[in-house]
Design a protein around this ligand. Structure first.
Ligand code: TXA
Ligand code: MG
Length: 353
């Protein structure tokens, strides 16, 4: 009998999805791919299931979770009301990398919202995520599937490296296409405000809601839990690789030259240096002796490769990561935010030459 390979693969995928949905139903945690990063999911309406997320990640309970839905009914089941602005944004950007902060309905456990009156909701645009949420028939709470404070995972291998032994199943959907997390927009304030820049740009949001405000700039460097409660998700150090990371900003020429000088100086001290740069810098670093990771050309490529780049250099055993900056336009705002967090505020601003 000639076996149809495609058919077998589809049947196998169906079987895995059904198994994952059964695990969610039974109050277990499951890792699944989304278009942004991998998520560590549990039944959002079951606090004992959601608690397992916090334990596996070693995440403090003061950091609330995003709830993932597959359709509009899912939204109705979670919120107390739906402002007109939310309907407009949903029509424009869902499914996709946008999370909306909305007034929580009474059925949402306090564990999900960290006791806040609002809930974060997102409809992801990934066939496996959507099929899983549909098959489970429940809203799925899911943070990024990394250890707390580590870089978000954009491949199943990244998840395994952080959480092996702590989770029963990872659904492998290959590398995530967007690569940075969703944009979080607060619709519970008078003026819609971005809390975290992400896969949907400020410019795109303003085409639908011109009054959208950019994220408040955070000059301060805080791990203070009091601040974390005031502004969840706004802790400056959040995506740190295990290696000290420095961000350089200025003109492309100035960044390139200063990073090259810094590489030489550190090498003289016996350090192994990793650099995160763009394709246009490759020639300049060809003979630098640094371990080079190029994030590509376009901002889309940079976003997609950013977290893999940080993890690759970390795994290469470098003593320090030096990274160039990118424009703050479009997806660049999210890229810059993640680089700033990775650097934990260690930024060198150069005079343009
Ligand atoms: O792209 C994404 O958003 C990924 C994928 C898996 O969907 N998820 C993700 O989740 O990045 P997480 O937990 O790593 O980041 C969610 C952020 C947290 O920093 C949390 O503080 C914030 O959203 N958040 C959740 N609920 C909130 C709420 N009710 N009010 C304000 N911020 C909230
Ligand atoms: Mg996260």
């Amino acid at each position: 009998v000639a076996l149809n390979k495609d058919h077998l693969e589809r049947a196998y995928e169906q079987e895995q999805l059904a198994y994952a949905a059964r695990l969610l139903h039974a109050g277990e945690i499951v890792v699944f791919p989304t278009e942004t990063v991998y998520g560590l999911g549990a039944n959002a309406l079951n606090p004992r299931a959601a608690e397992k997320i916090f334990l596996a990640k070693e995440r403090p309970f003061s950091d609330p979770l995003i709830v993932h839905i597959a359709d509009e009914q899912g939204l109705e089941s979670l919120v107390a009301s739906i402002p007109a602005a939310a309907r407009q944004l949903a029509a424009a950007f869902w499914p996709g990398p946008l999370t909306m902060i909305l007034p929580a309905g009474p059925q949402v456990p306090g564990l999900i919202t960290s006791g806040l009156p609002n809930v974060a909701v997102r409809m992801p645009d990934h066939p496996i995520a959507r099929a899983l949420i549909r098959a489970a028939g429940i809203p799925v709470a899911a943070p990024s599937a990394n250890r707390f404070m580590h870089v978000s995972p954009t491949t199943a291998q990244h998840v395994y490296d952080d959480l092996k032994g702590r989770i029963p199943l990872i659904l492998d959907g290959g590398p995530c296409t967007v690569g940075v997390e969703s944009t979080i927009i607060d619709l519970c304030t008078d003026i819609p405000t971005i809390l975290r820049p992400g896969g949907i740009s400020l410019e795109a949001l303003r085409q639908v809601l011109p009054q959208v405000q950019p994220p408040q700039s955070r000059q301060t460097h805080t791990e203070d839990l009091e601040t974390a409660r005031v502004a969840p998700g706004q802790m400056l150090i959040h995506y740190s690789p295990k290696v000290p990371t420095y961000l350089f900003e200025g003109s492309v020429e100035a960044m390139r030259q200063t990073i090259l000088d810094e590489v030489k100086q550190r090498q003289r001290q016996g350090e192994q240096v990793g650099v995160l740069i763009a394709d246009e810098d490759l020639n300049a670093f060809h003979e630098s002796g640094a371990i080079v990771y190029s994030l590509g050309n376009t901002l889309e490529q940079v976003a997609t490769r950013l977290f893999a780049g940080l993890r690759t250099l970390e795994d290469a055993g470098v003593d320090v990561i030096l990274c160039r900056n990118f424009t703050a336009q479009g997806l660049g705002l999210a890229v810059r935010d993640r680089l700033l967090k990775a650097a934990g505020g260690k930024v060198k601003t150069l005079n343009n030459t």
